[in-house]
Design a protein around this ligand. Structure first.
Ligand code: PSU
Ligand code: MN
Length: 304
């Protein structure tokens, strides 16, 4: 049998934090390689890691580089993920194929959460979750993020889901899959670029300590077989009129171009970035920084 520590390569920082039982925050890499434009992607990835450190936790950005799963990236590895042309987008089903063939891949929420749990990390910060796409009743396009999170004991901080998705259907699927959901200081489910997607959620939490106590109760009640999602709205949302206009044109363009499968989400994100004159990028960066800070606070608030 392959030992866990032989299958995974830990950065010095994360390896030491695991041994010392110090707080750790997992960070996804698809947002770096496929979600943000260059060169800001590398800058943001570094800033996010430093925010996690300032709050007292170790950042563990997760990716597959030349067939090796990395839990925590050093400076040059982070640069590779941000700038190499051969970085694929890997969901959990793609991981073994990338490892066995020696290729490189950034990990989605599904793949990052899977590897974080394997590595013994229980808090994860991302930007937006994947979900049910509009028209999914015909296309069957539902992100593997949802089914992955239905089987993983991890707390995921995100800014809700983007309005490129069918938000209502995504919330219904979260309920069916028994994935926990709390709003951070709100009961309005955030719509990523927008603070309010128009959908209400049941539970509101006020601080990181309260979330850490919920995590403990989940263990006691054995309801921690599925993830807990913390929906954290961005402080200053995107201008609504611009958002709606770019969303409409993006959906139309994706349809006209016949974009399907794993290319849909990166296509729509790129459309937002190129058509919103920097506004979607500003919001996206704010989101990932704020989610990383909250995730670090949750990791620090957990009693070991
Ligand atoms: N949503 C965003 N930004 C992102 C993603 C989703 O607002 O960067 C990325 C995440 O890595 C997520 C993935 O896990 O896209 C979902 O892709 P798909 O819809 O193909 O499952
Ligand atoms: Mn999809």
């Amino acid at each position: 049998m392959i030992e866990r520590d032989l299958a995974l390569h830990f950065s010095d920082e994360v390896g030491q934090a695991l041994l010392a039982r110090k707080p750790i925050v997992a960070l996804e890499s698809t947002i770096i390689s496929h979600g943000l434009p260059r060169p800001q992607n590398l800058e943001v990835a570094r800033e996010v890691e430093s925010i996690v450190r300032q709050r007292g936790a170790a950042p563990a950005t997760i990716a597959v580089i030349d067939g090796t799963v990395h839990i925590g990236l050093n400076n040059s590895e982070l640069e590779e993920i941000a700038s190499r042309e051969d970085i694929a987008k890997a969901s959990s089903r793609d991981l073994a194929i990338a490892v066995a063939s020696g290729t490189s891949a950034a990990t989605t929420v599904a793949a990052t959460a899977h590897l974080a749990v394997l590595a013994g990390i229980s808090v994860f910060a991302t930007g937006g979750l994947g979900g049910v796409h509009r028209g999914a009743n015909e296309s069957f396009d539902e992100s593997a993020d949802l089914t992955a999170l239905s089987t993983l004991d991890i707390t995921v901080v995100c800014a809700g889901v983007k309005s490129i998705l069918d938000v209502g259907a995504t919330l219904e699927r979260l309920e069916t899959l028994a994935i926990g959901l709390v709003g951070f200081k709100t009961t309005n489910f955030p719509g990523f670029y927008l603070t309010d997607s128009g959908f209400t959620i049941e539970h509101r939490v006020e601080d990181a300590t309260q979330i850490a106590r919920i995590c403990e109760a989940r263990v006691l009640l054995n309801t921690n077989h599925a993830a807990l999602i913390v929906a954290n709205p961005v402080a200053k949302e995107m201008a609504r009129a611009l958002h709606d206009e770019v969303l409409t044109s993006g959906l139309a363009r994706a349809k006209a171009a016949g974009i399907t499968g794993k290319a849909v989400t990166p296509f729509l994100l790129e459309h937002f970035h190129s058509q919103s004159h920097g506004e979607s990028l500003r919001v996206n960066i704010d989101i990932i920084k704020s989610n990383a800070a909250l995730a670090a606070d949750i990791a620090v608030a957990q009693r070991v």
